[in-house]
Design a protein around this ligand. Structure first.
Ligand SMILES: C[S@@+](CC[C@H](N)C(=O)[O-])C[C@H]1O[C@@H](n2cnc3c(N)ncnc32)[C@H](O)[C@@H]1O
Length: 320
């Protein structure tokens, strides 16, 4: 347990330092963003040191995604503050293509995911599904097409603006079995043992205290329930310049932890039958790399074992 807390503290500090210095991209740190960050800093000065770094990160993440909620998918892509397409090349490597997927709702797709958790989540008709960090509801609408009318989908997000957007999307379709609740993943507004399936897409990397998030997932799942979550993890230490380039490009890298650490937190929480259902390398386009690295450094990074991955991971809560 002490080891967990130490890991979390190290994670938190690393992510705080990285988030503090990275802002949201080389060309897109608006005054609004800086003043939001200042406000977040001011707000958290009264907190204790340990809480301060966690609270600060969360406040910055909240501000960032609240701003994104008010932008279209296209604006997010071009502003570097969303899915992070700062590249001259037209890439969309983080986000999987949802367009052909049953239940897809384009209004809910802000291009913020890094996988397709619902495709691996074994959702059955009538299930209660919980989506952590639901954003504008992208995965909730897909999950609803799996649960059908008899099921229920709950999305939780801490950004009021995201919740408002998601609710508006559900209202337009007259869906009354999708509910969006404002709240924190580390303290879910969901009853114990009440959910069949938890999904999440590109969110837990943003959460400083990941063990709390996994513990909350465990608490709300019914015995025998399971999760399938897509997220960003690292293998090997990224050189600092790459970390910066990746952060500018992908936005979800500074809070990402090592893949084995991620899986070990899931194991420590008590989940069983843990499986990596999908894994893909996130490559940083050459034009982005060239802004941060010279030719030799870029070649050396490309040939190294250190990489950023998108993974989709599965785990079950035991029946007893
Ligand atoms: C990268 S976006 C992904 C949104 C959505 N899953 C999708 O794929 O479109 C991350 C979302 O998680 C939310 N979020 C981040 N940290 C959170 C936390 N600790 N508690 C609740 N929501 C959080 C943000 O507000 C944001 O909407």
């Amino acid at each position: 347990m002490i080891e967990n807390l130490m890991t979390q503290k190290a994670e938190t500090t690393k992510a705080a330092e990285s988030n503090n210095s990275d802002c949201c991209g080389p060309d897109c740190c608006s005054d609004t963003e800086s003043s939001s960050e200042n406000a977040a800093t001011e707000k958290s000065t009264k907190l204790s040191n340990r809480d301060k770094s966690s609270a600060e990160i969360k406040e910055m993440v909240k501000q960032k995604y609240s701003k994104i909620a008010l932008q279209s998918r296209e604006m997010n892509a071009s502003s570097c503050c969303g899915a992070g397409e700062c590249s001259d090349e037209v890439y969309n490597i983080m986000t999987d293509d949802y367009e052909s997927i049953k239940g897809y709702n384009p209004d809910a797709d802000l291009g913020l995911g890094c996988g397709l958790p619902t495709q691996f989540a074994k959702i059955k008709k009538g299930d209660t599904v919980l989506d952590l960090g639901s954003g504008a509801g992208n995965d909730c609408f897909v999950a609803r097409s799996e649960t059908g009318e008899a099921g229920k989908v709950i999305g939780v997000d801490f950004s009021d603006a995201m919740i408002a957007k998601a609710r508006e999307n559900a209202e337009k379709l007259n869906f009354n079995n999708i509910e969006f609740r404002q709240g924190e993943i580390e303290d879910l507004p969901v009853n114990d043992d009440s959910v069949d399936v938890v999904v999440s897409n590109c969110v837990l990397n943003l959460v400083p205290e990941k063990l709390n998030a996994f513990s909350e997932m465990y608490r709300v799942l019914k015995p025998g329930g399971h999760f399938s979550i897509s997220d960003i993890v690292l293998i090997g230490e990224l050189p600092q310049k790459i970390q910066k380039a990746a952060e500018f490009y992908a936005g979800c890298v500074s809070g990402a932890i090592q893949k084995n650490e991620y899986v070990s937190l899931i194991e420590k929480t008590g989940f069983r039958n843990i499986q990596i259902q999908k894994e893909k390398v996130i490559s940083i386009p050459d034009d982005i790399l060239s802004k941060y690295l010279n030719k030799d450094e870029a070649a050396s990074y490309k040939n190294s074992e250190s990489k950023i991955y998108s993974i989709t991971v599965f785990g079950e809560k035991s029946v007893d």
